[in-house]
Design a protein around this ligand. Structure first.
Ligand code: ATP
Length: 234
C-alpha cells in the first residue's frame, strides 16, 4: 500500500500541493483526475523522487520513501511512465526495453519479461528493431509502458497515457492497463480523460489547485454531479 499524508510541495514560493492525502491499496487501479495545473504530475513526480517535498509523508508498505533516491524507489517496485511518452528515439524498441531493466541483474528474468511485454504488445515485437523515434504516437506510448514494466514494478504510475492519441488507440491503452492490473500490478493513473479513467479505476480522487476535493469509487465519481459538470462535459 502506498500512503501519502499531508503532502506539501512548492516550486519557489508557489504551492503546487497543499496537504494531499491519498491511499493506493495493493492490487487496485486508482485514478487522479483534475484540470491542467492542478498538481497531478507534481504528485507523481514527488512519489518517484524527482521532486522534493516541503513536508508530509509518503510511505510504501510502511516504509518512508520521501527523500529516497529515484533508484531506491524504483528498487522498491515503484515505476513511472512519464508524461509525453519520452522514449529514447535513437534506440530501437528492444534497446528501450532493456534500458527499463537497468537496475536488474537477473538475465533470465529480463528475457522473460521482454517476452511478457511482447505478449502484451504484439505490435512492439513486430517492431523490435525499429528506431523508437519512428514509431507512431500510440506505439511510443506502448513502448513507454513496456519500458516501465521492465523494472518489474509492483506499483506502476502513469501520467496521462491517453494524451494526444486517437480514441481507438486510447481504448487499447486502457485495456492494457486493466490487463496489467489483472496480472498483479497496482496502478496509479493520472488522466484528463476522466471518462475512461473513472470507468477503469477502482478508486478515484479529484485534485483541484493542489488539494483533493472529492474521492470515491470510480463508479461513484462517474455519477457525481460536480464531476459530470467539470470533467465529463455533461
Ligand atoms: P497538467 O495536466 O497540465 O500536466 P498537472 O495537474 O499535472 O497539470 P503540475 O504539472 O503538477 O499540474 O503543475 C502544478 C503547478 O505547479 C502548475 O501551476 C505548474 O505551473 C507548477 N509547476 C510545475 N512544475 C514546475 C516547475 N518545475 N517550476 C515551477 N512551477 C512548476
Amino acid at each position: 500500500m502506498l500512503e501519502v499524508k499531508d503532502l506539501h510541495v512548492s516550486y519557489g514560493g508557489i504551492r503546487a500541493l497543499r496537504g494531499v492525502d491519498i491511499e493506493v491499496p495493493d492490487g487496485k487501479i486508482v485514478t487522479l483526475i483534475g484540470a491542467n495545473g492542478a498538481g497531478k504530475s507534481t504528485l507523481l513526480r514527488t512519489i518517484s523522487g524527482l521532486v522534493k517535498a516541503e513536508s508530509g509523508s509518503i510511505t510504501y508498505n510502511g516504509k518512508e520513501i520521501l527523500g529516497m533516491s529515484i533508484n531506491k524507489i524504483l528498487e522498491l517496485g515503484i515505476a513511472q511512465v512519464p508524461e509525453g511518452r519520452r522514449v529514447f528515439t535513437n534506440l530501437t524498441v528492444l534497446e528501450n526495453l532493456r534500458i527499463g531493466a537497468y537496475l536488474r541483474r537477473d538475465r533470465d528474468g529480463i528475457q522473460k519479461d521482454i517476452d511478457w511485454v511482447y505478449e502484451l504488445f504484439p505490435r512492439l515485437q513486430e517492431r523490435s528493431w525499429q528506431m523508437a523515434g519512428t514509431l507512431s504516437g500510440g506505439e511510443q506510448q506502448m513502448l513507454a509502458v513496456g519500458r516501465a514494466l521492465m523494472s518489474r514494478p509492483k506499483l506502476m504510475m502513469m501520467d496521462e497515457p491517453s494524451l494526444g492519441l486517437a480514441p481507438l488507440v486510447v481504448k487499447g491503452i486502457f485495456e492494457i492497463i486493466r490487463e496489467i492490473n489483472r496480472q498483479g500490478v497496482t496502478v496509479l493513473l493520472i488522466e484528463q480523460n476522466a471518462n475512461m479513467a473513472l470507468k477503469t479505476a477502482d478508486l478515484a480522487c479529484v485534485l483541484e489547485t493542489g488539494t483533493i476535493t472529492l474521492r470515491g469509487t470510480g463508479a461513484e465519481l462517474l455519477t457525481n454531479e460536480a464531476v459530470k459538470r467539470a470533467y465529463l462535459g455533461e
